[in-house]
Write a new protein. Sequence first.
Length: 123
Amino acid sequence: MKHPESLILYVDNVDRSATFFNTLFHAPIVEKSPNFGMLALPGGLMLGLWARHDVSPPPVAGAAGVELVVSVADDKATEAALAEAKALHIPVVQELVRLDFGYTFVVRSPDGHLIRVFSPSAA
């Protein structure tokens, strides 16, 4: 099987979510309709946003349940990313903390998806 080239998040409001991810990732919106949007992320991954009420087959009810992970070069870059997120008024749900895998923080999208930014721990 080939590897995935896109990731689709189910969202309540495509416009709101497309604007959020465009602002957060500086990624162009390459497709847009009332119930679907697509952003082109650097590196080739496409991020789809599908209106939850329009998904077929319908998703299982419950929490968003998705975490997008962004790796940055070092602790200074992690701190800079947090400062940028705060300047954009993006809700921070985990402040900077050093965990086993690295220095990290987490923000939340309008639909409850988590975005984790981290710099890996030195081996």
